[in-house]
Design a protein around this ligand. Structure first.
Ligand code: G4P
Length: 527
C-alpha cells in the first residue's frame, strides 16, 4: 500500500463523555467489533471510579503494566483505527483536553436520561475551540430517558452546534425496539427478550406503506412515521464538509451495553470521519503527506517502574514516516534522539515497530528529556500549536516540608509538571510556588508521587482563586498600570509568561472593565 493510502485509511479519534455516560462500554464494544479484544470487561481496569489516592495509585500501577490501553489500535475493513483513551475521572480532565490535541475527530457519549452534563459541556467547548469534527452517541436508550427531540435541542442550545440525526430510536426504555437509519431507510430491530441480538436490517423505503405496524405495533409505527417526517422537515440534510469543519454534528442513538446502534455508529463513522489532516505549527502549516517526518509529544505516561522513573512519551505522527533507529531533532533542546524500541499499540498489545504513519501514535522510552508539546522533526525547527495549558480551577501554595531535600522537591515538581500532572506558577511578589490543577485528587497524587518517586515531602496551603488568566495588550501603558495595580495577583507560568490570578469572577470582570485594551485568556495559546 502506498504512503497516501496509508494516511487516508487512518482514523485517529477519542471517545469522551461525562463520567458514567458509557464511554468505557462503547469503547469496549468498538474494540470487540474490531477484534482487538475478545471478552467484555477488558477495558474496565482503566477506570478510576474511586477518589482516594491509594485507589488512584493502584490503578496507575495496573495501567503501568498495560500502558497499551492508552491507545487502542485495530484494523476494521480497510481502515486502521486508533482510539486514544482518556481518563475516566474528571479530576484528570486536563489530560483529556491534551489528548484531544492529537485526534482528528471525537465521539461524545451522552446519557439519554441525563442529557448534557458539565463535563460534556467542557469537552465539547474544547472540541469547538479546535474545530474538531464531532459525533454524538446518545446512549442508554434501553432506559427511560429524555425525549430524543429534547435531547437534540439541549445539545444544540448548550453546546452551540447544529445537530443532524443519523439514526432515530424506535421507542425507549422497556419499549426500546431498535433504531431507524435515516439516510439508508434501514430499520434495525432487536431480537429476543434479552435485547442482545440484532436482526438483519430491514429496508423500509416508505414508512407509511410497508407494514411497519405489523413489525413493531401500531403505536410505535405511528410515532416513528410522525417523528421521521418532522426530522426530514426540520433538520438540514447531512453535508460531510460541514461536519469536517466542525459546524454540524451527526447524532446517533443506541445502547452501548446492549451493543445496539454501535455497529451503525462505527461503520458510518469510519466512512465520514476525517483521515489525518493539516497540523498547525508556529512557523507554517504541515501537511501529513509531506515526505519528512514531524510529530509532537501529547502525553507522558510515568510510573511504569517508580524506582527508575521510567516514562513513555506518546508521539503523534503529523507528517512523513517515523522510522526506528533514525536520529530525529528534538527541537526544544536542539539534540538528536534515536529510538531503538519505539512501540505501537495494536490489538491491546504493545509491539516494537519499524515505522509509523501520520495519525499513528508511537510510544518511546523517556528518561526525562521530553515535555508535553515537544516537537520532533528531521531537522526543521517547528513548534506545533494546539497543545495549550488550560486555566486550572484549584490552586494551592506548595511548601517544602523537609529542608534537607529542597533539590528533590524542585526536581520532582519540575518533572511532574512537565508530564502535565498539574501546572506550576511562581508568585511574582513573594516568589512562592503555586500548583494549579483541575481536580482535588491531583494534589494528593502529587504529594504521593513526590514522596515515593523523588523522596521529597511537601505541604500545601490553601489559595482560594477563581482562575489563572494569560493576558496581552498592545497598550503598554495599560499593561504597566494593570501590573502595578494587581501586583499581588500576578504570577509567572513555567515558561515565564505572565498570568493574572483572579480571585473571583467579579475581580476578573472588573479587570476587564477597567483595562479594556487588555485581553484575558483561559488557555495559554491564543495567537
Ligand atoms: P464511563 O466510561 O463513561 O464512565 O461509563 P461506563 O461505560 O463505565 O458506564 C457507566 C455505567 O453505565 C456502567 O454501569 C455501564 O454498565 C452502564 N451502561 C453503559 N451503557 C449502557 C447502556 O446502554 N444501557 C444501560 N442500561 N447501562 C449502560 P455500572 O453499574 O456503573 O458499572 P458495571 O458494574 O456495569 O461495570
Amino acid at each position: 500500500m502506498g504512503f497516501i493510502e496509508e494516511i487516508q485509511r487512518r482514523r485517529t479519534f477519542a471517545i469522551v463523555s461525562h463520567p458514567d455516560a458509557g464511554k468505557t462500554t462503547l469503547t469496549e464494544k468498538l474494540l470487540l467489533f474490531g477484534g482487538a479484544i475478545h471478552v467484555a470487561g477488558a477495558v474496565k481496569s482503566n477506570k478510576i471510579k474511586k477518589t482516594t489516592v491509594s485507589d488512584f495509585m493502584e490503578i496507575e500501577k495496573q495501567r503501568g503494566i498495560s500502558v497499551s490501553t492508552s491507545v487502542m489500535g485495530f484494523e476494521y475493513n480497510k481502515y486502521k483505527v486508533n482510539i486514544l483513551d482518556t481518563p475516566g475521572h474528571q479530576d484528570f480532565a486536563e489530560d483529556t483536553y491534551r489528548t484531544l490535541s492529537a485526534v482528528d475527530s471525537v465521539i461524545i457519549v451522552v446519557d439519554a436520561a441525563k442529557g448534557v452534563e458539565t463535563q460534556t459541556e467542557k469537552l465539547s467547548n474544547v472540541c469547538r475551540m479546535r474545530k474538531t469534527p464531532t459525533i454524538f452517541f446518545i446512549n442508554k436508550l434501553d432506559r427511560e430517558g429524555l425525549d430524543p427531540f429534547v435531547l437534540i435541542d439541549e445539545i444544540e442550545k448548550k453546546l452551540n452546534i447544529i445537530c443532524i440525526p443519523v439514526t432515530w430510536p424506535l421507542g425507549m426504555g422497556k419499549n426500546f425496539r431498535g433504531v431507524y437509519q435515516l439516510h439508508t431507510d434501514k430499520l434495525y430491530l432487536f431480537e429476543g427478550e434479552e435485547k442482545q441480538r440484532v436482526q438483519e436490517p430491514i429496508v423500509i423505503k416508505n414508512l407509511n406503506q410497508n407494514g411497519l405496524a405489523s413489525l413493531v405495533g401500531e403505536v410505535l409505527a405511528n410515532k416513528l412515521i410522525e417523528e421521521v417526517e418532522l426530522i426530514r422537515n426540520v433538520f438540514p440534510t447531512f453535508n460531510r464538509q460541514d461536519y469536517l469543519q466542525g459546524n454540524i454534528a451527526p447524532v446517533f442513538f443506541g445502547s452501548a451495553l446492549n451493543n445496539f446502534g454501535v455497529k451503525e455508529l462505527l461503520e458510518t463513522f469510519l466512512e465520514i470521519a476525517p483521515s489525518p489532516g493539516t497540523s498547525i505549527a508556529n512557523e507554517r502549516l504541515v501537511n501529513p503527506e509531506e515526505q519528512k517526518f514531524t510529530g509532537f509529544v501529547f502525553k507522558i505516561h510515568a510510573n511504569l517502574h517508580p524506582q527508575f522513573r521510567a516514562r513513555i512519551a506518546f508521539i503523534k505522527v503529523c507528517s512523513g514516516v517515523f522510522r526506528r533507529n533514525i536520529p530525529y531533532l528534538h527541537v526544544r533542546s536542539g539534540k538528536l534522539f534515536k529510538f531503538s524500541n519505539p512501540t505501537s499499540f495494536m490489538a491491546s498489545k504493545q509491539s516494537v515497530i519499524d515505522e509509523a504513519y501520520p495519525g499513528d501514535i508511537v510510544g518511546v522510552h523517556d528518561t526525562g528529556n521530553f515535555k508535553i508539546g515537544d516537537t520532533l522533526t528531521e531537522g526543521e525547527v517547528l513548534h506545533f500549536k494546539g497543545i495549550p495549558s488550560f486555566s486550572p480551577e484549584l490552586f494551592r501554595y506548595v511548601e517544602n516540608a523537609d529542608p534537607a531535600r529542597y533539590k528533590q522537591l524542585a526536581k520532582g515538581l519540575e518533572q511532574l509538571t512537565d508530564e502535565g500532572v498539574a501546572q506550576l506558577f511562581t508568585h511574582k511578589m513573594n516568589g512562592r510556588k503555586i500548583i494549579g490543577t483541575v481536580g482535588a485528587l491531583q494534589f494528593d497524587v502529587i504529594q504521593f508521587r513526590l514522596e515515593h518517586e523523588y523522596s521529597a515531602l511537601c505541604r500545601y496551603e490553601a489559595l482560594p482563586l477563581y482562575k489563572a488568566c494569560w493576558f496581552r495588550s498592545n497598550n503598554t501603558k495599560q499593561i504597566e498600570e494593570f501590573k502595578k495595580r494587581k501586583a499581588n495577583f500576578l504570577a509567572e507560568d513555567k515558561y515565564g509568561r505572565d498570568v493574572y490570578l483572579a480571585d473571583s469572577a467579579f475581580s476578573l470582570q472588573m479587570a476587564k472593565e477597567n483595562f479594556p485594551d487588555i485581553e484575558f485568556f483561559f488557555t495559554s495559546e491564543f495567537n
